[in-house]
Design a protein around this ligand. Structure first.
Ligand SMILES: Cc1cc2nc3c(=O)[nH]c(=O)nc-3n(C[C@H](O)[C@H](O)[C@H](O)COP(=O)(O)O)c2cc1C
Length: 220
């Protein structure tokens, strides 16, 4: 599976099998996390075999079952664009996990923050977590907003790379499936902006990563 296929195949999965994440896959994720942290200044961590973080009524109410592994998206409170970076690098890990045959779900609210086992340095905060493991199913596609809610251009007016990027952006996970982002073309550059909404800056980073991964073009 390549990254474009991973973008299409990825859906939120909330119910997991007992199977642990094998050591070699965990090792690959750890290596990618190390590189993401080095590049971004984040302190992302992979927590394995810890059911407590999702052992809460809120998580069960939110349909989570058997979540034992998660990525904790931790970073210094004063890191510029902390939320957007957490979104961008978190989504990089989500798509890598998908290519490794794992499933994921971004989680901003329905988990027990106080039980999250991530190490926090002074001044760190947990932005979000991402449940990860072998899903009971592969999830299902979300309802996408009409294209015109995101972009003023019609598909015929878009260069092929921009069209590919926009398609991937619309497949990105967003908090409560809000999809509050716009993508415009400025010269030969894509400009992606967040609308108002909960965790909209995290969504922005996620959407930017999907766009760049599918289009091969850096966006602003
Ligand atoms: C930043 C963020 C926070 C999220 N928080 C939660 C959450 O607390 N609980 C939950 O069940 N789903 C959560 N989700 C998952 C979204 O509901 C889901 O991504 C959206 O409905 C689109 O579905 P899809 O991921 O299957 O494409 C979150 C997603 C994002 C991007």
């Amino acid at each position: 599976m390549d990254i474009r296929e991973a973008i299409i195949a990825r859906h939120s999965v909330r119910n997991y099998k007992e199977d642990p994440i094998p050591g070699d896959l965990a090792g690959k994720l750890e290596e990618l996390i190390r590189r993401c942290n080095e590049e971004s200044g984040l302190h992302i961590q992979l927590i394995l075999e810890d059911p407590e973080c999702f052992d809460t009524l809120l998580a069960h109410y939110g349909a989570f079952a058997n979540v034992k592994n998660y990525l904790a998206l931790v970073g210094p409170k004063d890191l510029p664009d902390l939320e957007e970076k957490a979104g961008y690098y978190g989504q990089k890990l989500v798509l890598e996990a998908q290519m490794l045959g794992l499933n994921t779900c971004w989680v901003g609210g329905t988990y027990k923050k106080g039980k999250c086992k991530a190490d926090k340095e002074a001044g760190d905060k947990i932005v979000c977590v991402i449940a990860i493991g072998y899903g009971q199913d592969q999830g299902k596609p979300h309802r996408s907003k009409p294209l015109k809610k995101h972009c003023r251009l019609s598909p015929e007016e878009m260069p092929a790379w921009f069209r590919n990027g926009l398609k991937a952006a619309r497949l990105a996970p967003t908090a409560v499936n809000q999809q509050k982002f716009t993508v415009e073309l400025d010269g030969d550059e894509a400009v992606i902006k967040a609308g108002r909404g909960i965790l909209a800056k995290v969504d922005l980073g996620i959407v930017k990563y999907n766009f760049e991964a599918a289009s091969g073009h850096k966006c602003r």
